[in-house]
Design a protein around this ligand. Structure first.
Ligand code: FES
Length: 544
């Protein structure tokens, strides 16, 4: 007999709309969205900050960390973060424009002091600032940096392109000088034709240095096209150290041998085609400008310390921010997190974002799933939710072995997610996932040890990366992939690199924080840790 949850009826009076009915414990955002009253542009993940409502009366949960990050104060709330405990009276503000999809934490930047400023006379020239000047009404516009003209344009452009140059994908945003987001999207990195991980690309270049030029040109062509299509005047870009070296055309030799140092640290100012481009500074070794941007974003959010940032991806960066030090490391996690498994997919093509076990028939799991675009393959977040549900229901054991409910297929033992679309998940896929999983856990375990921080003392764990935005904190807890067990303290931030770049673009003092931040950094090279392999092997076990 099925166990039915009792619904304790509640009423939500939406001013100007009428009365809705629901159950105690319902999510207010979902209730409003399902009645067509309020869209949830980020899917109710607390990222976009666009589902603000005013609670005029009634009992709800307390303000969540997402709302605090967005600077929300009562009686305002983010509807998608509100749990209804009692009858409510709610006011929904008029919505002028809603972006269709948001993957990134989109917090407002208070009192912007942009890196690019408009001047009216050359007397206003300031050092270390990009200055924009219109020579005459309806005439040329010039962009200057340190008293030099870096761009002349016949059209009035006031937009900035922010680029997170990932190993397998390029995430980007176009913003105006006030920080309003105009577009956000993701492309496949054209360098995937040289392999989906940085090690393979590095070996191409080491074997044939001419490949560096080819790769750099491929990247510049893609980014220049984006800049042209979006009519921007300036580009801010960040990537891991190898991707930034390739973008800058710098030799990667020193990154390939111990002690794995970058050639230069930056920040760098170059041209992408005719577009002036600021490339974020590299922290150390394999911890590049993308990690620096994430740090900037977290510092701007002013979160209680100590906290951990985990940027899940092919190259996973982990940073532990304490009161006086910032511990950083990176680990090659392999491509499983970005959907590169036998029936994987990639965010730019769409795919399955979440899998759950609907029911068990003849001792075999029957899966439900949600997807974006196309249900033909599993995205990283889909893989993680699948593994968490298989583990929670005992279909796989702690060591990752398939123990029951699987089918024997041409690809070996596999769980069939969807027969029609031929989506399955093999034992080999799970092993790929486990390698990435163990790499992430080993990294944070070693950082916490070095810093002498107990996992219980951590205030927050921030999970970043566009892969991260579709994750559920519950799944991370079930698998023991993060050091906290309290959902409320796990922030799934989406792409934090783009937020960091936006802050650098709009708050000049954050752009110039590099030396201050570098002084606090403590870089840990996991390959130098004598017991790294022992830790990694232990961490292959779920929830260990
Ligand atoms: S829908 Fe609530 S924050 Fe995006």
């Amino acid at each position: 007999m099925k166990h039915m949850n009792k619904c304790r009826k509640i009423k939500v009076l939406v001013k100007g709309w009428g009365e809705l009915s629901g159950c105690r414990g319902d999510n207010l955002g979902k209730l409003l969205a399902s009645n067509g009253i309020l869209p949830l542009p980020c899917g109710g993940r607390g990222l976009c900050g666009l589902c603000r409502v005013k609670i005029l009366a009634g009992e709800t949960n307390e303000l969540t960390i997402y709302e605090k990050i967005h600077g929300i104060k009562k009686p305002w709330r983010l509807a998608c973060r509100v749990t209804v405990y009692d009858d409510l009276i709610v006011e929904v503000p008029k919505i002028s424009e809603i972006k269709p999809v948001v993957y990134t934490l989109n917090i407002p930047i208070k009192n912007p002091d942009p890196l690019i400023k408009e001047i009216h006379s050359y007397k206003e020239i300031q050092k270390e600032t990009f200055l924009y000047k219109q020579e005459h009404p309806n005439s040329l516009h010039t962009l200057l940096f340190n008293e030099k003209i870096v761009m002349t344009s016949p059209v009035k452009v006031r937009k900035i392109l922010l680029v997170d140059l990932g190993t397998t994908k390029i995430a980007y945003q176009v913003i105006d000088l006030k920080g309003n987001m105009i577009i956000e999207d993701v492309l496949i990195n054209p360098l995937v034709r040289y392999g989906s991980d940085i090690i393979t690309r590095m070996s191409y270049i080491l074997d044939d240095p001419g490949k560096l030029v080819e790769m750099m040109n491929d990247l510049h062509t893609s980014i220049e096209k984006l800049a042209r299509e979006n009519n921007v005047c300036f580009i801010l870009l960040a990537g891991n150290s190898v991707m930034e070296h390739i973008y800058l055309g710098l030799s990667i030799k020193s990154l390939a041998v111990k002690p794995y140092k970058p050639v230069l640290y930056g920040p760098f100012i170059i041209y992408t085609g005719s577009y002036p481009t600021l490339v974020a500074p590299i922290i150390e070794g394999f911890v590049g400008g993308d990690a620096y941007s994430e740090l900037i974003a977290s510092l701007y959010m002013n979160m209680s310390k100590p906290y951990l940032i985990i940027d899940l991806g092919t190259n996973t960066e982990v940073m532990l921010v304490t009161e006086d030090k910032i511990y950083v490391t990176s680990t090659p996690a392999g491509p499983a997190f970005e959907g590169f498994i036998s029936r994987g997919s990639h965010i730019a093509f769409g795919g399955i974002t979440r899998v759950w076990i609907k029911e068990i028939v003849d001792e075999k799991p029957v899966f439900g799933y949600s997807y974006i675009g196309s249900p033909q393959g599993l995205l990283g977040a889909g893989v993680l939710s699948l593994v968490a549900s298989l583990y929670a229901k005992g279909f796989i054991d702690k060591s990752g072995r398939f123990v029951k409910g699987y089918a024997n297929t041409d690809s070996g033992k596999a769980f069939i997610i969807d027969h029609k679309n031929n989506v399955l998940f093999t034992q080999r896929d799970l092993r790929e996932f486990q390698k990435a999983y163990a790499a992430v856990k080993s990294a944070w375990r070693i950082l916490l040890n070095k810093a002498g921080v107990n996992r219980e003392d951590l205030k927050y764990v921030i999970i970043s990366g566009s892969f991260g935005s579709a994750l559920s904190p519950k799944d991370l807890i079930v698998l023991g992939m993060v050091p906290l067990k309290d959902e409320e303290r796990i922030v799934i931030s989406g792409n934090l690199v783009l937020l960091g770049l936006k802050i650098m673009a709009l708050k000049r003092d954050y752009y110039s924080k590099y030396n201050e931040i570098r002084g606090k950094l403590y870089h840990i090279n996991l390959a130098d840790e004598p017991n790294y392999m022992d830790v990694w092997v232990k961490e292959l076990y779920f929830n260990s």
